[in-house]
Design a protein around this ligand. Structure first.
Ligand code: FUC
Length: 747
């Protein structure tokens, strides 16, 4: 059934369609929060993260000994040639002079995702103590605020330690650590204490430096600033302002800002992003929802806790907002949280799935601004990558990358020739979702074109007319050879995006035609002897291969070469491959599989993997030892911790509810039986459309409101017929007007 509502302006305000909205809460389901009834002992699995896109912290919440391990996202060793590693920065230790080490009854530490605020509360000796922590983005400070309900209750020792061994210097009520890494990168962090009542004095620490002693205080506030001299501009030698100046200016700027004002500004700024999307997937019984997050995870395998499933969705958005803000670097393998100077895989920018997965959620879950650090990062690498690429592939235009990448263009491990083309998908998608033509013209198009040129020069033309990517490797297994499916599909995606971009900009007509004919000559996807989508040109796929990488299904997700609607045979073959690959895997691999099954419109299978993803790993001796899952602090366990899984999970839920990669907005095409009734508000679709409201009851769409931010043709598909007030159909094509809303409901 196709109804064409061309030029009929369906202003939802004026339409009479029955509304079901009364039965759902309007905002998020409940205050989404993580909490525990005891302090964290383990950094990776228990501490709670916070961050403002530059500075981040992991909070332990100890009673007598508090520890906040902190980072600054640009603190890296290495250079344009050596990859180096992302570094730990330091720790804030707050020793409180409580009588015992015991955890007081009623102790609670929580992370409130609706405000990005952590709170720790307990009573000791008849005094109620409370701590409130947050990382404020507008002022670029971390704020740690301590209060008590009885005056003069605080006696505390504040130690500030450097992960590279610099000694700590005091200046009045502030502590400074500063140093220079082997690669010449300078860094500094200042911790300023504001004391409310009582006294603060400087004393010697055991490492030859200084610390602060607070006595008889009603409360105190610690304000952390941290910086390096990194700049993402190669032409400036990757160096910007000296960190001492950045730190000083940042502290001066907030000197007269009250704690309340810092908190208010933080919440406003954060909610501006976080508050754009709400999600409700069903109710968890209150007695279960109120249990500590760790206990909910323990109970999850046999139970029903849809609000834990949505909590993990909110958490992923929280993590991206905390780790990726405009003007800074993108989220690395651990976001921006890292307590080691030799972290797993260098806590780097891995180009064969991981950094890409970090950003799948950015556009669809309405965090387009948080995408920008990744796009800027890609842009910043061009000069160095061109030189590296020239050395490896003399004579080619454009550039590509190896698998491991740092912030100066340095790289290691094997060449990953389709890596830069995969980056270009993000560069394109930012346009596809926002329809920002000046971005496309000035930023995206020139970048995409230079990667197109790389492939134009690098592709191998065979005598029979087919074109193959030479000597590729399906990450991270199988032979190195020509025509690997992963490479072929990514090049197809790159060329397709390029052709669309050239058409929109009406530019480079002759070159566009050349690339279109090259795309048509690419060795096409093949279906093998057991009905699978072949991973290689040779039909050697092993049906027992359960490798975590599922690279040959790129065309299904995140690509758009295969779909149930347009290429059902290929989609079916992809399904056969996916079935063989199995459900259980490492963290990010499961997240990817949620996305794959969503694209195959199999919501129940996607949901089965989603449930596997919520496996509690390595906590309090309860080590399930079954590969990936999540830790008690909900960080994804590859294992170890990798943030790609957290962020890929969010993208997966988003794909289950709304898809738009084929040019049609498909709602609820992968809804599992488990989420029979629910609501989502604020997701985005390609074409700069917003799913302002989507509600369903018993698996049927009861309310759908789409806002057309840029206007243009909007194609919509629902799993059953809905009405726009005039026509009843399961498929609509609407010529929309910028800024208008279009409403559909059950007939
Ligand atoms: C890819 C994966 C590994 C790991 C690493 C960071 O190379 O194959 O499993 O996630 O990235």
């Amino acid at each position: 059934m196709i109804a064409r509502a061309a030029l009929s302006i369906l202003l939802f305000q004026f339409m009479f369609v029955p509304s079901f909205s009364a039965q759902f809460p309007t905002k998020t389901d409940t205050a989404p929060l993580l909490w525990d009834d005891k302090p964290a002992v383990n950094w990776m699995s228990q501490a709670y993260p916070m961050g403002n896109g530059r500075v981040g912290g992991m909070v332990f919440g100890g009673v007598r000994h508090e520890q906040i391990q902190f980072n600054e996202i640009s603190l890296w060793t290495g250079d344009e040639h050596e990859t180096g590693a992302y570094q730990a920065f330091g720790d804030i230790h707050v020793d409180l002079h409580h009588a015992t080490d015991a955890i007081p009854a009623g102790y609670r530490r929580e992370l409130d995702l609706s405000r990005a605020v952590q709170q720790i509360s307990y009573a000791d000796g008849g005094v109620a103590y409370s701590r409130t922590y947050f990382c404020n983005h507008p002022d670029n400070v971390m704020v740690l605020h301590y209060t008590a309900d009885k005056k003069g209750s605080y006696r505390a020792t504040i130690r500030f330690t450097d992960a590279h061994g610099a000694t700590t210097a005091a200046n009045g009520a502030s502590l400074t650590i500063a140093g220079t890494l082997d690669n010449g990168m300078a860094y500094q962090a200042d911790l300023v204490a504001r004391i409310h009542g009582g006294t603060v004095t400087v004393a010697a620490d055991t490492a030859g430096g200084q610390l602060l002693e607070i006595a008889n205080a009603d409360g105190f506030t610690l304000i952390l600033t941290a910086a390096t001299d990194y700049s993402n501009k190669r032409e400036d030698g990757w160096k910007g302002q000296v960190p001492s100046l950045t730190v000083k200016k940042t502290q001066e700027a907030v000197r007269n800002t009250s704690y309340d004002a810092l908190l208010k500004r933080h919440i406003q700024d954060y909610q501006h992003l976080f508050g754009r999307v709400s999600l409700y997937l069903g109710n968890t019984p209150a007695t279960q929802a109120e249990r500590p997050t760790r206990k909910r995870l323990e109970d999850y395998p046999g139970g029903n806790d849809p609000q834990l499933e949505s909590l993990l969705f909110h958490y992923g958005r929280y993590l991206l907002i905390s780790a990726s803000r405009p003007g800074s670097l993108p989220a690395n393998l651990q976001g921006l949280w890292n307590n080691s100077n030799t972290p797993p895989w260098r806590s780097d920018y891995h180009s064969n799935i991981n950094v890409q997965m970090n950003y799948w959620l950015a556009e669809p879950t309405n965090l387009s601004e948080c995408h920008l650090p990744y796009l800027d990062y890609i842009h910043s690498l061009r000069g160095v990558k061109k030189e590296h690429t020239q050395a490896e592939y003399p004579g080619v235009r454009g550039w590509t990358v190896r698998t491991e990448n740092n912030i100066f263009g340095g790289q290691s491990f094997s060449w990953n020739t389709p890596g830069s083309a995969w980056f270009m998908q993000a560069v394109w998608e930012h346009y596809a979702f926002t329809r920002d033509t000046s971005y496309l013209r000035d930023f995206a198009y020139p970048l995409i074109k230079e990667i197109v040129e790389f492939w134009d020069d690098h592709l191998k033309r065979r005598e029979d007319g087919t074109v193959v990517a030479p000597m590729g490797w399906s990450p991270e297994h199988g032979p190195v050879e020509d025509g690997v499916s992963h490479d072929q599909q990514i090049v197809w995606d790159l060329f397709t995006n390029y052709i669309e971009a050239a058409d929109i900009l009406a530019t480079d007509g002759a070159y566009r035609r050349h690339i279109a004919s090259l795309r048509d000559s690419l060795l096409p996807p093949r279906i093998g002897r057991w009905g699978q989508l072949q991973e290689w040109e040779t039909d050697r796929d092993d049906p027992n291969d359960q490798h975590r990488h599922v690279s040959h299904l790129f065309g299904l997700h995140p690509g758009r070469q295969f779909s149930l609607l347009e290429t059902p045979r290929l989609a079916e073959a992809a399904k056969t491959s996916l079935q063989a690959r199995g459900d259980a895997s490492t963290g990010w691999s499961m997240a990817w599989k949620i996305n794959f099954w969503a694209r195959l419109h199999d919501g129940d299978h996607a949901y089965r993997i989603l449930r596997n993803f919520l496996t509690l790993v390595g906590n309090d001796g309860v080590d399930y030892d079954q590969g990936g899952g999540v830790y008690a602090n909900l960080l994804c366990s590859h294992p170890p911790f990798q943030i790609d899984g957290n962020l890929g999970y969010v993208a997966g839920i988003s794909e289950m509810l709304v898809q738009s990669q084929t040019g049609t907005i498909e709602v609820l095409s992968a809804l599992p039986d488990a989420w029979s009734s629910g609501r989502v508000q604020g997701l985005r679709a390609r074409g700069n459309f917003e799913i302002t409201d989507l509600q369903w009851v018993d698996g049927r769409v009861t309310e759908l409101v789409i806002t057309a931010h840029s206007g243009g043709t909007c194609r919509i598909r629902t799993p059953h017929a809905v009405t726009d007030g005039k026509n009843t159909a399961d498929s609509f094509t609407v010529e929309t007007h910028p800024g208008r809303r279009y409403r559909f409901a059950l007939p």
